[in-house]
Design a protein around this ligand. Structure first.
Ligand code: ZN
Ligand code: ZN
Length: 288
């Protein structure tokens, strides 16, 4: 018990100091300024080359999504996730050693050159997340949480990080064991994270961008708009589940781009009655 309390206390103060240093001392390995920089860069691209020319610069829910961006990227970790995950990882490792398992490593990628480690991490993590994303659509309880992300009605870069905080818990928990098994542990893969954020911002941006033939590998704004489309093929629970890569959707036949209308209506059945504020979004799936 004392252990758990110390972990909580250390996580809070540790993370608070970390956040303070991030903001006060800019340097290249700095999440705060990278997020800010990527956001401004993608926003500038939206302003210079808008796909939906009639969409306002400060589109519907621009500020709500801006708040979500900082909440999900920083504050959620500050308030709780860091503490919860440190405890969970501690308990998990104790449980493993209690049954005589010292580590989970099935393939030790740490012996490979760094760029290969990055590539493996990027591809494997993306494939795991593609599966988790499908699960968020398929499972009716998880869908209630994921609806927050699908409540976006006008797309723009910041919509990327509009999601319920439970999604962070679900993704990180479900990907922890497979990633630990190939020897990644919970290491800080800074570059992978930054590339993922940049691609995610672009996928939600108001830009007509498909990367030419690379569209079969990389997810893009045109493809992801159809992930958010109100109208889906009959009987399907969703299409285009890709996060950074579109490859999985092409391989597993869930790619769907019937046309490239930039004004395709977004959302889901009953979106008119879906709550509109951050607090109500947070409570909604639990009472539903
Ligand atoms: Zn989705
Ligand atoms: Zn999305």
């Amino acid at each position: 018990m004392a252990d758990i309390l110390t972990t909580i206390q250390q996580s809070y103060s540790g993370y608070f100091n970390y956040l303070k240093n991030e903001i006060l001392y800019p340097e290249w390995h700095n999440y705060f300024y990278w997020l800010l920089g990527i956001s401004l860069a993608v926003w500038l691209l939206e302003l210079l080359f808008p796909w939906r020319k009639q969409q306002a610069v400060f589109r519907k829910d621009f500020w709500l999504d801006g708040f979500y961006m900082f909440f999900n990227f920083f504050l959620f970790s500050l308030v709780g996730y860091n503490a919860i995950s440190n405890i969970a990882v501690g308990l998990f490792n104790n449980a493993l050693s209690a049954i005589g398992i010292r580590n989970l490593v099935a393939i030790n990628v740490q012996s490979y050159p760094v760029w290969i480690q990055f590539a493996i991490m990027f591809i494997v993590a993306d494939f795991i997340q593609w599966n988790i994303h499908r699960l968020l659509h398929k499972n009716k309880y998880l869908w209630e949480f994921h609806k927050v992300h699908h409540s976006v009605e006008q797309m723009g870069f910041a919509a990327h990080l509009r999601f319920h905080w439970m999604e962070t818990v679900i993704y990180k928990t479900l990907q922890y064991i497979p990633l630990a098994m190939i020897g990644f542990g919970i290491q800080d893969f800074f570059i992978v994270h930054i590339v993922t954020v940049a691609l995610g911002h672009l996928n939600h941006a108001n830009i007509n961008l498909t990367y030419g033939p690379l569209k079969y590998i990389l997810n893009n704004p045109v493809m992801h708009l159809w992930h958010h489309a109100h109208h889906l093929p009959k009987g399907s629970y969703g299409m285009n589940f890709g996060l950074s890569l579109s490859l999985w959707d092409y391989l597993f036949k869930t790619a769907y781009i019937p046309d490239t209308n930039p004004y395709e209506p977004l959302g889901f059945e009953g979106i008119e009655k879906f709550p509109k504020t951050f607090i109500k979004h947070g409570i909604y799936p639990f009472i539903k």
